[in-house]
Write a protein that binds this ligand. Structure first.
Ligand code: NAP
Length: 311
């Protein structure tokens, strides 16, 4: 198979970058993979585990001669990196990113992209609660959606080539408008994370139940929320700071629904609760039918002691 790109520069060497490196290597999608991370420790690990052939102490050095540059840093760091690499990008190179928010990334990165460089924002809807260079794995993107949000006038050949890379790593690719992406993700990812953080925070603050009881008797619902609430604090801080409007919009709707349910509970309106939970159950079925989760009990989790369970 002909490699999609000759030299790929990964800026940031955490979960997403390392998963991309493993997948690109497994499927022969890049002749050479180089990288940069902020800390010497991450750069050292990346070399040790063979994530990159070479690592550089600065992003500016890493991007030189690369025909694809992937920004895999937290959303809040994208602008600073773009300003640094702008003057060092090769003519005709493609720059993409994997940030969870698109509007803020476009605003921060686009002004630093020189003429003749194709900036094509993107977002793989795939992840785990783990972070760092050791957390990646080649199958992370398999059967997951990778959203590309090309800007007006984007070079269609460059978009098609990037699409080919994402598909080569096993993802399904869709194109979407930047603002629409941020609203959709506020519903499907950002607000649910905020709710998980809040519920785990509530449990932590509860005085009547000791912490040990919260952990010892953690039932399915709470346990699943703790997994989400264990996600990287820097990444999620940046998501909420940069997708403010869409998250506040969805949070407003969430609060209204919560009050309606609260009232139904207070009034003993079982009919309302039953009808509501029946509708939400159908959404779960839809996700399973779309192949985005498993119907195995306990969300397909392998029982404790039963091997590695990555869900
Ligand atoms: P991660 O595992 O925490 O890795 C982040 C990497 O960025 C680290 O290597 C870190 O370097 C580096 N970094 C941070 N600030 C930097 C800076 N100023 N300059 C250079 N390197 C810097 O993060 P991740 O989960 O891969 O997330 C990366 C991006 O993917 C984020 O924008 C996130 O929104 C997006 N995303 C994440 C998920 C998910 O579930 N995790 C899913 C889809 C998209 P050090 O290791 O040296 O600190």
């Amino acid at each position: 198979m002909t490699a999609a790109y000759k030299r790929v520069a990964l800026i940031g060497l955490g979960l997403i970058a390392s998963s991309m490196a493993h997948a690109m290597r497994q499927f022969g999608l890049a002749d050479e993979i180089v990288g940069h991370a902020k800390s010497a420790e991450s750069r050292k690990i990346a070399l040790e585990i063979g994530l990159c052939e070479r690592v550089y102490a600065t992003a500016a050095e890493a991007v030189q001669g690369a025909d694809l540059v992937v920004l895999c840093v937290p959303v809040g760091a994208m602008g600073e990196i773009a300003a640094e690499i702008g003057p060092h990008l090769a003519a005709g190179a493609t720059v993409t990113d994997v940030g969870s928010v698109k509007g803020a990334v476009v605003e921060a990165v686009a002004p630093h992209m020189p003429q003749g460089v194709h900036f094509i924002p993107g977002h793989p809807i795939a992840g785990t609660e783990h972070s760092g260079p050791r957390s990646g794995f080649a199958t992370l993107f398999r059967n997951r959606w990778w959203l590309l949000t090309p800007l007006d006038g984007a070079d269609r050949d460059a978009v098609a080539r990037l699409r080919g890379l994402c598909e080569g790593m096993g993802a399904n690719v869709d194109e979407m408008d930047v603002a629409h992406h941020d609203l959709v993700l506020a519903v499907t990812s950002h607000t649910p994370h905020l709710i998980a953080y809040t519920m785990v925070g509530v449990a932590e603050h509860m005085r009547r139940v000791s912490n040990s009881e919260v952990i010892k008797y953690s039932a399915g619902g709470f346990r699943d929320l703790t997994r989400i609430a264990a996600s990287d604090p820097v990444m999620w801080r940046d998501v909420f700071l940069t997708n403010k409007d869409a998250v506040l919009d969805i949070l407003g709707r969430f609060t209204e629904e919560l009050f309606v349910l609260q009232r139904a509970i207070r009034m003993g309106d079982g009919e309302h609760l039953h009808a509501y939970f029946t509708r939400t159950r159908a959404i779960r079925r839809g996700i399973i039918e779309a192949g985005q989760d498993t119907s195995a009990p306990d969300f397909g989790r392998v029982p404790l002691g039963g091997g590695e369970g990555k869900t």
